[in-house]
Design a protein around this ligand. Structure first.
Ligand code: PLP
Length: 451
């Protein structure tokens, strides 16, 4: 299952970033947009294999981020490389919006079998997560003939104008863009580690009741009549907002509200989907609750750019020309996606569940050891570690989090922050228990050196 490699530990042999990396970073500063939200540490990749990334100076890093939850099957998995190169030798592009090839129906059929939607589905193919979200928004508006959306504080759905109207995980994402394209109202996310009223821990029952009450008794009775709401957009595990899982009771209640009011339940599985949570989709953890529309990207292509919006067939009932994309669903990206799903079903979803549980156990041991860890949470290989100033006030500790992230990098472990003071673990789903032991030792030492 794991691409073979003899290397078991990171190997850092220059100062970081090394001399060649520094040249690339300097050129990047000259010619590339400064808008990318890069972390304080600077990783330059030259090649990568499995869970290992090599920089141009010959340093080797253990990757527990997977290119931000994208390289689900590991870097350059031989079967993915073969699927991509075989396809590239045959047909790279034809524009599926105007012509036909077998790949789009093949992936649509596969998704029809596995997405958490009741009944027959249809899929629209695009190139990114944001585009999958744009598709879902347009489709929900078209189908319901309504215009309002409900989204959650802390959510991230992309940076294109429609998706940005939903996004609210950081001020920097909106700053400078002022008036939003869509009519979206934001509500608190059901975060049981930080109740929105006092930022303190609460029970799943209470946070569920309070957020549902907010929707039904505050929003629906004032600014946002339900008969004007096209869709509620939910990350079942909030990603960029801090790797926060929603309680099952909450997800069920949201389904009820959507059913009672003709609202589309749009599930954003861009980060949480494709095996990341130890099941194929994060929604699969919630007692059979089904979506109307599901958005996917990131891990579905093992690194090839592809975004998919899958909906109930009778919801995807728009007219010819209503929505399309030149590159969306190109044969090479789909070949990679089909092979990715095969590998996920062939063992990687199980590995995500099993090794994810092992990683979570190790992280909880560190929580017992260090008072600065306030919370360890998540599902499968989508785990968040939230850093706090102390166990009583539970105030977020973003500087400490950044320091730990940097210390991990210096020792050859790649992890990335999310939310205010959380470190996310989103490794390739091929990660082994042996890799976890190595990663946890570095993480432990980085925390000890940073507190
Ligand atoms: C949950 C979620 N939705 C949408 C997006 C946007 O995806 P992309 O960056 O491919 O446009 C992201 C990206 O991080 C995401 O995490």
């Amino acid at each position: 299952m794991t691409p073979s490699t003899e290397l078991q530990k990171p190997l850092i042999k220059t100062e970081l970033p090394g001399p060649i990396s520094r040249e690339i970073i300097a050129e990047d500063a000259k010619y590339v947009t400064p808008s990318y939200p890069r972390p304080d540490y600077k990783l330059v990749a030259e090649s990568a294999q499995g869970v290992w990334i090599t920089d141009p100076d010959g340093n080797v890093f253990l990757d527990c981020n997977a290119g931000v939850a994208v390289c689900s099957t590991g870097h350059c998995h031989p079967e993915i490389v073969k699927a991509i190169s075989d396809q590239a030798a045959k047909l790279i592009h034809l524009c599926g919006t105007d012509f036909y090839y077998s790949h789009m129906p093949a992936l649509g059929k596969k998704l029809d079998e596995i997405v958490p939607i009741d009944g027959p589905t249809k899929s629209h193919f695009a190139n990114s997560g944001a585009e999958a979200i744009e598709t879902a928004l347009k489709l929900a508006m078209y189908h319901t003939r309504r215009q309002k959306f409900i989204s959650f504080f802390g959510s991230f759905h992309g940076r294109t104008l429609g998706a940005l109207s939903l996004t609210s995980s950081k001020k920097a994402q909106r700053l400078g863009f002022m008036r939003q394209a869509l009519d979206v109202v934001h509500i608190p996310y059901p975060n049981k580690f930080r109740h929105f009223a006092d930022e303190m821990p609460t029970s799943e029952e209470k946070i569920t009741k309070d957020v549902i009450n907010w929707i039904e008794n505050r929003l629906f009775k004032t600014t946002t009549p339900p008969e004007e709401v096209a869709g509620i957009v939910l990350e079942v595990v909030q990603g960029e907002g801090g790797y926060i899982p929603a309680p099952t009771a909450f997800v069920k209640e949201l389904r009820r509200i959507c059913d009672e009011n003709g609202i589309m339940l749009i599930i954003d599985e861009v980060q949480s989907g494709m095996g990341r949570t130890g099941k194929m989709f994060a929604l699969d953890h919630h007692d059979g609750v089904k979506a109307d529309i599901v958005c996917m990207a990131k891990g579905i292509g093992s690194g090839m750019p592809i975004g998919v919006c899958t909906a109930k067939a009778d919801i995807m009932d728009w007219h010819k020309g209503a929505h399309a994309s030149t590159f969306g669903g190109n044969p090479v990206a789909i070949a990679s996606a089909l092979k990715t799903i095969e590998l996920l079903q062939g063992g990687l979803v199980d590995n995500s569940h099993n090794v994810g549980a092992y990683l979570e156990k190790g992280l909880n041991k560190l929580k017992d050891k260090y008072d600065c860890i306030g919370d360890v949470r998540g599902l499968g290989m989508m785990l968040g570690v939230e850093f706090v100033t102390d166990r009583e006030t539970l105030d977020p500790a973003p500087e400490l989090r950044d320091k730990i992230e940097m210390a991990c990098f210096q020792s050859g472990l790649i992890i990335l922050g999310c939310g205010t003071s959380t470190i996310r673990w989103s490794p390739p789903l091929i990660l082994s228990k042996e890799n976890v032991d190595v990663a946890l030792q570095i993480f432990d030492e980085a925390i000890a050196a940073s507190v």
